[in-house]
Ligand binder design. Structure first.
Ligand code: PLP
Length: 397
């Protein structure tokens, strides 16, 4: 138990869970209700067209499972593949690694291509590998749209082009846990078969809902594969959802929260949501440059608009910066994971966020670095971000 109250709000700048808008908190404050009542479908049914819009699909099926993003990795593979099937995955961060690990635990044969952390998917290598797979043994390509561990965004349209150039029939599975509802996602246009996301990032909700979508091709693959699943069976969900119900007990408050989340996203407009995330991220990157530090993303083309991973100078421990930020300034920064533990700290800039909120986090990170002896010029990061924000207002007046 804390022995003293910390006044003011905690500055939550991990890349998920993100801030809950007050509107969502209020929307979730509901009494329990019967999830088999005749009126329950009035709440449930409109959620699917809303989700499909965010995923960029008209043809696909949207799903709401009571789970988190990790469950979506499992749902994707068990609904479509059989143990022993080959999948192709490139590893360049902790989340692409964990999906590979989950596939192996399910008995899939993973063709793993190592990429430097700080880079993302290499479509040319994917194309070359698929062209060489003359017998079409590779059944799916796994791609992490936004690698949250390193702050790297990959070009999913380019991955699809690579697959098409190779004339390969593999399914395309995408992890969009830290991209969907913050970065543009076009499931149909990019020919994505399964897109996995979660409630606690761009959707501005608590964790607890696995939000995903699957193409008809992916759903049909479940008729003949031998992957074991029960809880995550797409076809059970589709059948029940068609009537506005679920095969098991849903979290009713989270569904009210999702309804509000979709309203908030559409009120702002998805295009503006994406522009805002880019704008906020540009300020954060300007701060990093002004500190004389580097992003973990190796080149600007990899920069993520939802999270920036900042490399601390050699000889300093990023974990100490994170600890100071938390204990001294009530600011939660994201930790470096696995290979980059102690080397980077992360500022999440996604969800319900504006310029002044992010400037607060940049100021806090700057102070925590100074407190740990990292020689950045006081105020330099904040000033650089302010200049970006003043030059290019996020909202039209
Ligand atoms: N994929 C990415 C890119 C993530 O950032 C995360 C979590 O941060 C996950 C998957 C795992 O999602 P969850 O923690 O919701 O299971």
């Amino acid at each position: 138990m804390l022995n003293s109250r910390i006044p003011g709000r905690n500055f939550l700048f991990v890349p998920g869970p993100t801030n809950l808008p007050d509107r969502i908190v209020r929307a979730m404050s509901v009494a329990s209700e019967d999830h088999r009542s005749p009126t329950f479908p009035d709440l449930v049914k409109p959620l699917f067209p809303g989700l499909k819009k965010v995923f960029g699909t008209e043809k696909g099926h949207a799903f709401i499972f009571p789970a988190s993003g990790t469950g979506g990795w499992e749902a994707a593979i068990t609904n479509t593949l059989s143990p022993g099937d080959k999948v192709l995955a490139q590893r360049f961060g902790q989340f692409s690694h964990l999906w590979i690990d989950l596939c192996k635990r399910h008995g899939l044969e993973v063709v793993v291509q190592e990429r430097e952390w700080g880079t993302g998917n290499d479509p040319e290598l994917i194309e070359e590998t698929l062209k060489a797979d003359k017998n079409h043994e590779i059944k799916a390509v796994l791609a992490t749209h936004n690698e949250t561990a390193t702050g790297v965004t990959s070009d999913i349209a380019a991955v699809r082009r690579a697959m098409d150039n190779a004339k390969h029939p593999a399914l395309l599975f995408v992890d969009g846990v830290s991209s969907v509802a913050s970065l543009e996602f076009k499931m149909d246009e990019w020919g994505v078969d399964v897109i996995v996301s979660g409630s606690q990032k761009g959707f501005m909700l608590p964790a607890g809902l696995l939000l995903m979508a699957a193409s008809q091709k992916a759903v049909d693959a479940g008729k003949s594969n031998s992957g074991r699943r029960a809880y995550f069976e797409f076809r059970d969900m589709i059948a029940q959802n068609a009537n506005g119900y679920f095969p098991y007990t849903p979290s009713v408050p989270l569904l009210y929260g999702l309804k509000e989340s979709l309203s908030i996203l559409f009120e702002e407009g998805l295009d503006q949501v994406y522009k805002r995330h880019h704008h906020l991220a540009e300020g954060c990157r300007a701060a990093v440059a002004a500190w004389g530090l580097k992003c973990c993303a190796k080149e600007p083309k990899w920069n993520s608009d939802t999270v920036t991973a900042i490399v601390v100078p050699e000889g300093y421990d990023a974990a100490k910066v994170i600890e100071t930020a938390y204990k001294r300034y009530n600011l939660a920064l994201g930790a470096g994971l696995s290979e980059v533990a102690g080397k980077v700290f992360r500022i999440g800039h996604l969800g319900d966020l504006n310029e002044l909120m992010l400037l607060g986090a940049i100021a806090g990170a700057e102070m925590a670095m100074l407190d740990n002896g990292i020689k950045v010029t006081p105020g330099s990061g904040v000033a650089a971000a302010q200049a970006v924000y003043r030059a290019n207002p996020m909202l039209k007046m």
